[in-house]
Design a binder for this molecule. Structure first.
Ligand code: RUQ
Ligand code: CUA
Length: 656
């Protein structure tokens, strides 16, 4: 126990000796992006417990955007507008928050293609797809038989699959009420293979692999020669169900799971997949109707490796591996054992030979375990303490993050020699080299996402700023250039050349293509329609008024739906919409789009509505009123802009 306690102390990380140390003289120049100039890279950063993604410019570190994914976001109405609410639906009902750890940018032929960013929900297992044109979440897919979707999302070379491995092994959804102590018999580790449509990006669960009950931590797809394979780090191969801190750190080695997914596809074709009942939500946002739909799915196809020999193998890996990263050639697989003193590097060729020769060390729950030495290329000796993650610079080198010794360490993949090390402030988790996980890293920088900031920023109460640090890796020595604070708690991030994304940015939605059921595509189409106690307001916004902006005839007990269509067809002219006393948030409507705010008035009176986004010199004038009368009142439903709606209505009645 004492040893464990001592270890526990170590694990909190230590402060580098030269904390606060100098940056090189030309650092400021290297990160300075002059006003009006653009950054060279987009950095798409996971938000951790804020459930969002954020977008920074590199090298400046400027925050460009926050994209709500699994969390509601009052800033733009995500999860508050009627259109976006279905995106947060799950088999548990609405889950308006999650813990987003990893980003995967889509690739074609193993290189960034700038189309989508995928993100995982670590709490209620889901995978999201964000468009890199609109910077909006377009799709969220829930994962059954899974709990704590940490080993996710990671993608294959051509984005054929996004994979998601469960962090918690759990009993299958169909056999869920079992004693926790029956872990070894009843708990399974499911890995979902999600296929992605080449053109639309649309996702679906192709199949789930049912593996022994262990915890999946991270993963990477093979590439080049190892395309067709996937590698997952695992821990808790002790299969403990309590006090994992101790009980899951018993073994000297855990495993990397190697999956031959091409072979799994063959078994599926042969009909080896089993249809199992499962309940999960599939949510899609449609850019034409500007509306999301949520569909509850009822079954999933599972593959049991025990019935499909040759698709999975375990490789021993010291000790509680976290990151499992594949180099740009696809030959080297790097395991980072959080408690290990070396970094093992495995060879794909040797692994293939070991499998062919059956150089196994028995099996684990029916799955062959390849002999460690038979798959090992070599070990990086004395790299540092607590290796977590490795990225590649495209020049034959790897850079590994070390949480405990708070540093980045650069080493050569071929000779496994340490080349350089730099301190991080402090306790780095993930790191990101632009293109680092692809076949063609863009190199140039590495960004460290740190877990602790202590004295680096002005104090802000008990919780301090989260921090990223940018290093120049273009020379032999890594050089610290910049600290920049980040929102949420960043875990993984990817960086991609701006040239691959900027040109495709969505500017407006064409109003004539607006297929929203309640769109008013011009002021003439603005109207108010009562359906029982539901009042649908077809309202338009254009600088700087709403049509209608005076509405009467709403009564207590009504549910009012403001369907706001933004008629603007200019870039960067959203309008907002808010109503006093509304129990949700504002909505922000992009040019050409329709979004709906639901409001249930709870008192009689005249209620202001207004635009929340400073859209013109007369933005402050962009306002109106809704009169709410008692239930059963005989105030007629009337509406208008620029006229007296009550007088207009009276005129109409008089004419009849
Ligand atoms: S993790 S700090 Cu949740 Cu990706 Cu490694
Ligand atoms: Cu529209 Cu302010």
């Amino acid at each position: 126990m004492a040893a464990v306690a001592a270890l526990g102390l170590n694990l909190v990380g230590c402060k580098p000796k030269d904390a606060g140390s100098a940056v090189s003289g030309d650092a400021a120049e290297k990160v300075y992006v002059a006003p009006g100039k653009h950054d060279e890279f987009y950095n798409i950063v996971s938000g951790g417990f804020n459930g969002q993604m954020s977008v920074y410019g590199i090298p400046s570190g400027r925050l460009l955007k926050i994209v709500p994914v699994f969390s509601v976001f009052p800033e733009n109405g995500w999860g508050y507008s009627e259109e976006s609410k279905p995106m947060l639906n799950t088999s548990h009902g609405e889950v308006p928050w999650d813990d987003l750890h990893h980003i995967a940018l889509s690739t074609t032929n193993g290189e960034h293609d700038g189309r989508w960013a995928f993100g995982n929900a670590n709490n209620t297992p889901r995978v999201a797809r964000v468009s890199l044109s609109s910077f909006r979440t377009e799709e969220i897919l829930e994962l059954p038989n899974s709990a704590g979707n940490h080993s996710s999302p990671f993608i294959t070379e051509n984005t054929e699959y996004v994979i998601a491995g469960t962090r918690f092994s759990v009993p299958t959804d169909n056999n869920a009420d079992v004693p926790i102590s029956t872990f070894k018999q009843n708990f399974k580790g499911y890995i979902s293979f999600i296929n992605v449509d080449k053109n639309t990006g649309r996702m679906g669960i192709a199949f789930q692999l049912k593996t022994p009950g262990v915890s999946f931590d991270l993963a990477r797809a093979g590439k080049g020669k190892s395309h067709g394979w996937f590698f997952f780090s695992t821990y808790n191969t002790e299969q403990a169900n309590t006090l994992l801190e101790v009980n899951a750190s018993q073994k000297d080695k855990d495993f990397i799971l190697a999956v031959n997914w091409k072979k799994a596809e063959e078994y599926l074709k042969q009909g080896k997949g089993r249809k199992e009942p499962a309940k999960y939500a599939h949510n899609l946002y449609d850019e034409k109707t500007h509306t999301a739909t949520s569909t509850i799915m009822n079954e999933v196809i599972t593959l049991d490796p025990k019935e499909c020999p040759g698709i999975v193998y375990f490789i021993p890996c010291p000790k509680s591996p976290h990151g499992c990263d594949v180099d740009p050639t696809g030959e080297y697989i790097v395991g980072s054992g959080k408690l290990a003193a070396v970094i093992p590097v495995f060879s794909f060729d040797k692994l293939q030979k070991a499998i062919a020769d059956k150089t196994f060390d028995g099996d684990f729950d029916g799955i062959p375990v390849v002999k460690y030495e038979a798959a090992l290329y070599g070990e990086v000796q004395k790299p540092g303490l607590g290796p977590l993650h490795t990225e590649f610079d495209g020049q034959g080198n790897a850079i590994t993050s070390f949480f405990v010794s708070s540093e980045l360490v650069k080493w050569n993949i071929k000779d496994l020699k340490v080349l350089d090390r730099v301190p991080t402030y402090y306790s780095v988790g993930h790191l990101s080299i632009p293109g680092g996980p692809t076949k063609k890293p863009h190199g140039k920088y590495v960004i460290a996402y740190n877990k602790i900031t202590k004295d680096r920023y002005l104090p802000t109460g008990p919780e301090l700023a989260q921090s990223a640090q940018l290093y120049d890796i273009s020379g032999d020595k890594m050089k610290l250039l910049l600290d920049f604070p980040t929102v949420g708690e960043p875990h993984y991030a990817e960086a991609i050349p701006a040239a691959l994304i900027a040109k495709n940015s969505t500017k407006i939605y064409k109003i004539e293509e607006n297929g929203h059921k309640y769109a008013a595509k011009g002021e003439k189409e603005a109207k108010v329609v009562r359906e029982g106690n539901k009042v649908h307001v077809y309202i338009t916004s254009i600088r700087s008024h709403f049509t209608p902006d005076n509405i009467e005839g709403v009564k207590l007990g009504d549910e009012v739906y403001f369907h706001v269509t933004n008629l603007e067809q200019d870039w960067d002219v959203p309008h907002g919409f808010a109503v006093k006393g509304g129990d949700n948030a504002e909505i922000l409507i992009m040019p050409g789009e329709t979004q709906t705010l639901r409001w249930k008035p709870n008192r009689v009176g005249v209620v202001p509505i207004y635009c929340t986004d400073f859209c013109s010199a007369l933005h402050q004038e962009m306002q109106g009123y809704v009169r709410v009368s008692p239930a059963g009142s005989n105030v007629q439903l009337t509406w208008g802009t620029g006229k007296n709606p009550v007088a207009e209505a009276e005129k109409k009645v008089a004419k009849k």
